[in-house]
Design a protein around this ligand. Sequence first.
Ligand code: ZN
Length: 274
Amino acid sequence: MTRFLVRAAVLLTALGTLATGSAQAAGLERLYILNCGEGVAGDISRWSPGVNVGQSMPFVDNCSLLKHAQGWLLWDTGVPDAIAAVPDGQQPADPKATHWYRPQTLASQLAALGVKPADIQFVAVSHTHGDHIGNVELFPQAMLLVQQAEYAWPSPNNTPRFKPEHPVMKLDGDKDVFGDGSVTILATPGHTPGHQSLLVKMPKTGALVLSGDAVHFQANWDNRRFPANNVDAEQTKASMERIAGILAKEQATLWINHDKAQRDRLTMAPGFYE
Ligand SMILES: [Zn+2]
């Protein structure tokens, strides 16, 4: 009897592992991290009011390219490729903000991987700040995945945030992109009205949450700090707690988009995660 119970337990465990494994592996095959900008923040307290006032800090900007059996998805598009041709980079209007450089274009990094812009099926952007939407129109045919709240957010000069003719799926909350649970857009508003993050479940690497700008760097995550100019402080705090809950539930790792120290430890394209 005992032996039977042990065997049954082993079988059930194996079935459970299989079920979990197949859900995680589904169709997601690879994730490439692309260099979508490097810069220097003039005064880091812009992102952590009252803390480290007057100190500058290096920033990075990532894009992530996901290869799924059903197609390619690009997460964020980074600083505009045109900045790569400007030796002095993109000087911010406010000297406390980030001075961005583009060591490599997005287009050249895709070409090096043998991926044509027309191959990209989905472009999802975390939000509509310039260091995230700089190259959306490199992919005029790609389906944009963006929150309705972000799409409709009036811009300072009242021009549309995206070209009206660009194909778009306007979201109202989370979205399981490929229907297999491997790539899920998470609504994490606060930094902007329709800010979103991305939960990916890799077959070998495991679960990751790509932050977008729900948080800007590790110290801000550890201390739950955020910039004064986030559009909604309460939503920002709630979104950070939401992400913390998902990290615990999914045993996921948080990849913080602008955190240089973290990116320095990660494998950039042409290397990849699977
Ligand atoms: Zn940003």
